[in-house]
Design a protein around this ligand. Sequence first.
Ligand code: ADX
Ligand code: SF4
Length: 234
Amino acid sequence: MNQVLEKQAEAEQWEAEQVLAWAAQQFGPAACVASSFGAEDVVLIDLVSRISAPFPIFTLDTDFLFPETYELIDTIEQRYGVTVQRLRAKLAPEEQAQQFGDGLWKRNPDQCCGIRKMEPLKERLRQASAWITGIRREQSPSRRSAKKLEWDSKFGLVKINPLAAWQQADVWAYIRWNKLPYNPLHDRSYPSIGCTHCTRAVLPNEDPRAGRWSGSSKTECGLHLAEAGRNNSL
Ligand code: ADX
Ligand code: SF4
């Protein structure tokens, strides 16, 4: 926690590459990249490869991802010569249906995200000193206070958000300029992509995250929500 305390303010002036280089020096492979293979995450993986940082990359494979997402994971593995850790829930979809009934995501999406995302994430982060995410401040009110370096009190490790200050246009300029592969669903009005059951295309003037858990009050799966009464600043 001390490294973050000393560097948090200074890091706000750093470019994404500098943030990643600092993380590589401080944590080496004990820092890991969390990737949902959205636009931000392909940028992140490209930046990591440029500095040859040794970070493992993992994805929370809920078993309900879009076929396009699974294809993109394979493409990224080939392009960068990496193996993505695919973390799956203890319960297969059929077991979840047996225990909790069909369509848990409709009746209790928090419980479904808890089983399929939060539990595997907690287990993975227990073995890490820092995790690196693609969140940007612009994405939602709850992300507005995200820092490039912060202490994640929920999971008890350092959280690194190299793209915190990027705008959506910066992400897309990087992807186009560097001809990065990306999820083709982005070209079909899916700016934010999660599970098939809980993601829909957005209308032209809707918020980019409006297609996530549409029709329910849920706006986040919980990965990036600080515990009640706590925030991630120091
Ligand atoms: S979410 O909370 O609504 O699902 P979002 O899709 O915006 O999050 O992604 C924000 C960041 O969270 C990603 O850049 C990535 O670092 C991490 N993340 C989200 N979903 C996953 C996933 N399925 N596997 C690994 N990391 C993820
Ligand atoms: Fe379940 Fe939907 Fe959460 Fe995916 S996003 S884990 S389907 S509730």
